[in-house]
Design a protein around this ligand. Structure first.
Ligand SMILES: C[C@@](CO)(OP(=O)(O)O)[C@H](O)COP(=O)(O)OP(=O)(O)OC[C@H]1O[C@@H](n2ccc(N)nc2=O)[C@H](O)[C@@H]1O
Ligand SMILES: Nc1ncnc2c1ncn2[C@@H]1O[C@H](COP(=O)(O)OP(=O)(O)O)[C@@H](O)[C@H]1O
Length: 282
């Protein structure tokens, strides 16, 4: 079985508190996008997990997903899982979390397990994994486990994702934050929810951005250079970084910037469009 494992960007991301376990409370508008890894999940005699495209080592999110699934539901066979990586790692794009959710979902189909029973497993693998069981656009709160799927669709909005070759650790980025004053009340965003570029322009926010930029001047410098060259409407950092998202009102302008940015050495540039899944009973 072949599946796509899409990345996410955080259109709005606030960090509003810290729990006693050290994890933080977030308020975030997530959007799944078309930049994707490709995963093959096939029954086999024994388990074999492999990656290509990037070096992913150790007890990966894919290993964790298979192990937790088997502990919870058992499996009729072993599984060969192969992941073709395209989503940059440590980039604030949720690649590892997306892989875990994709593997859980594939195993659920292959083993005849209800999708709804995957949610408790998902948050044990990583904070962003529950979102990826839904995908599309969603409001995410708590530590990442409270998901409200939204039926809103972005229209005529085109993204360019730039990975400046800088790996940002999520734990490190959280450790930089030293105030938890909310940027706005979530209801203000949910009340004004819309699919237009103007809606996005109004609400785009990333709590991490000034903290991460202050600690990584090279990243702030990249954004300044690319902002000067770009024909985008606006730009922002995704998640805990380091990816930068450029937003356009036309695919032509986006493609022109893609060409222009690709002459820069040391960065990777990806066109990405919002992704929505067919509605399903979960
Ligand atoms: C910041 C966000 C925004 O979507 O994602 P990224 O931009 O990194 O992809 C998420 O909150 C990240 O989710 P994820 O990357 O799954 O984090 P996890 O693997 O669960 O946790 C990595 C580390 O980040 C910190 N962490 C994570 C989530 C959270 N709500 N509070 C935290 O403080 C903890 O130190 C934890 O050990
Ligand atoms: N399936 C996976 N894909 C990518 N990275 C993984 C995976 N499993 C574990 N990791 C580890 O998680 C780290 C964070 O990866 P990723 O989820 O892509 O970034 P981010 O948290 O910034 O969205 C990587 O540097 C890697 O060491």
């Amino acid at each position: 079985m072949k599946i796509f494992s899409c990345a996410k960007i955080n259109l709005y991301l606030d960090v509003v508190g810290r729990d006693t376990d050290g994890y933080h409370f977030i308020e975030s508008l997530f959007q799944e996008v078309s930049l994707a890894d490709e995963i093959e999940v096939n029954p086999s005699e024994s388990d074999f997990i492999s990656f290509d495209g990037m070096l992913v080592e150790g007890d990966t999110t894919v290993h964790k997903a298979l192990r937790l699934f088997r502990e919870s539901f058992g499996t009729k066979s072993g599984y060969t899982i192969h992941v073709k990586k395209r989503i940059p790692m440590g980039a604030g794009l949720g690649g590892g979390s997306s892989n875990a959710a994709a593997v859980l979902s594939a195993l659920a189909v292959l083993e005849g397990v209800e999708k709804a029973s995957l949610f408790p497993l998902a948050s044990r693998i990583g904070s962003d994994v529950p979102f990826f069981l839904w995908g599309g656009m969603a409001w995410v709160s708590g530590k990442g486990e409270k998901i409200t799927p939204l039926s809103c669709r972005l229209e005529d909005v085109y993204f360019l994702i730039v990975y400046p070759g800088i790996h940002v650790s999520t734990a490190w980025a959280y450790s930089l934050i030293n105030d938890y004053r909310p940027h706005t009340h979530p209801q203000n965003i949910l009340d004004s929810l819309g699919g237009s570029l103007d809606f996005l322009r109004k609400i785009v926010y990333n709590k991490f951005q000034p903290f991460v930029f202050a600690a990584r001047e090279d990243l702030a410098r990249w954004k300044a250079i690319l902002d000067r060259e770009s024909g985008a409407e606006f730009s922002f950092m995704s998640g805990s970084g380091s990816s930068l998202v450029y937003v356009y009102s036309s695919a032509e302008r986006r493609d022109a910037d893609r060409k222009c940015f690709s002459y820069q050495r040391d960065i990777q540039v990806f066109s990405a469009d919002p992704v929505y899944r067919p509605s399903e009973k979960g």
